[in-house]
Design a protein around this ligand. Structure first.
Ligand code: SF4
Length: 96
């Protein structure tokens, strides 16, 4: 996605103020494609993004990252926000 890498911000010392992006983002297929595909407008299809995700080798890492960080927008790990909401709910139910 997007490569969903955290932007680097140079601090006073010249060091990044943000943590480095996760290692798996180096292998993200979405880094090689128009990031707009992963953040479609209402009514547009997210199938192209999901199709690329199906070929990506870091789907599990990406999905887990999105779930842990409560990513609300875009396709992550081959899932839409609606699908992630369902997964979070299922996980929550199994913990109860
Ligand atoms: S699974 Fe999809 S959104 Fe996640 S890194 Fe791969 S291509 Fe990008």
């Amino acid at each position: 996605m997007l490569i969903k890498r955290a932007p680097r911000v140079a601090g006073v010392s010249g060091k990044s103020l943000l943590p480095a992006p996760p290692e798996w983002t180096e292998r993200a297929l979405c880094a090689q494609v128009d990031p707009e595909l992963w953040f479609v407008e209402k009514g547009e299809s997210n199938r192209p993004a999901k199709s690329i995700c199906q070929q990506c080798e870091v789907v599990p890492e990406c999905l887990e990252y999105a779930l842990e960080n409560d990513e609300r927008y875009g396709v992550w790990g081959g899932t839409t926000e609606r699908e992630r909401r369902k997964l979070r709910k299922e996980r929550s139910n199994t913990r109860e």
